[in-house]
Design a protein around this ligand. Sequence first.
Ligand code: SDX
Length: 431
Amino acid sequence: MADTKRTATLTLDGNTYDLPVLSPTVGPDVLDIRKLYAQADVFTYDPGFTSTAACDSAITYIDGDKGELLYRGYPIEQLADKSHYLEVCYLLLNGELPNKEQMADFEGRITRHTMLHEQIHNFFRGFRRDSHPMATMVGVVGAMSAFYHDSLDINDPWQREVAAMRMIAKLPTIAAMAYKYSIGQPFVYPRNDLDYASNFLHMCFSVPAETYTVQPALAKAMDRIMMLHADHEQNASTSTVRLAGSSGANPFACIAAGIACLWGPAHGGANQACLEMLREIGTVDRIPEFIARAKDKNDPFKLMGFGHRVYKNFDPRAKVMKESADEVLDLLGVHNNPLLQVAKELEQIALHDEYFIAKKLYPNVDFYSGIILEAMGFPTSMFTPIFALSRTVGWISQWKEMISDPAGKIGRPRQLYTGSEGRDYLDVENR
Ligand code: SDX
């Protein structure tokens, strides 16, 4: 972070305060207000953090106006076209693309961590069969800290590394087990001869009664979906992981907190909500009714999969996802998919509607992903778990960056207090 010696001056009640201006590699400058409260006895106020940088980071950069997303400087379009998920994991964790030896070593380590402690299988049996897989994932990932005691010490770089490997490797296994448990099928163990995405499809869709062969094109589409979801700057769930980590909580507890936050329909739960919305719309002729509802201030309905806090132009991930949707449906011989037709027509109508143009609402990463995942055979309840397992590497990369910052402090925001001033207790007889 370059310190440019520029300052902003705040004038308040006749006093002036100099706020240092810090400049990033790319993107908006930031006003350093760390000393403001001590100097001026005032807080800044920014619920929802629309104008607040909570940290500095070198991992992911988003330019919402240009529709640009960079993982360690590499554009998401190039990575989606040329890379693969585990290579992106290495890049996010280490800051550089791996050479052949580094990639082979990383892939080998991940592959040999995909199995879960056998006793964790019992955990699943404590849940109702109709539990949402996200409920199971929050529970089981949090419980990992009860099993992997040799990777809990956040002050030991080696234990941090092992915890990271374990979570990247085991989240697909946990997600697949949550799915199998919800449909009453036996758990399927991972296989070391399969690549990461193929292994996940294998654990989800194979059954003991017959041989299951992963279609390479579907595995590639799954791998691309994972890449597109891998990290995204300081979104709500990543900020949750950072805040949990700032207290010194163990890495498994921090990731469980991130999964819990991602579940919300305004965040990672939007892919499930979006597909349910497309199903409710049903046919192209009902789109105007839903567009009107989305614009109606008195109706809480929002177009799921639309809008974004940062992207005020297109979401580059949605563009890649839309191309992938066409490819996957074509590969699966699913032509004229009604949901895809509704989605494409809805996008066109919304992009030409004054309301959406004025509010800069465009399809986001969740708009098309559900269509692909449903075509692949996943129920809507598995959409957010797939987002969670894909984002685990981003959460861990951001957690590692925060933990290894020697200047790190516990996150502790203040407030604009609007409650009662101090008052004396009243006995119940006098109330
Ligand atoms: C993800 O942060 C990330 O990076 C998240 C994510 C990641 O990779 O981690 O990209 C993943 O969470 C994508 C977003 C998925 N959520 C949805 O698709 C749910 C629908 N979208 C909205 O809930 C909303 O757009 C948000 C939550 C995504 C963004 O909300 P903001 O930035 O707080 O914006 P806002 O709610 O203040 O909306 C601005 C205006 C409002 O109208 P006014 O009050 O100004 O009159 O736009 C309206 C909103 O009512 N609006 C919508 C809308 N989204 C915003 N109106 C209709 N439909 C929508 N989808």
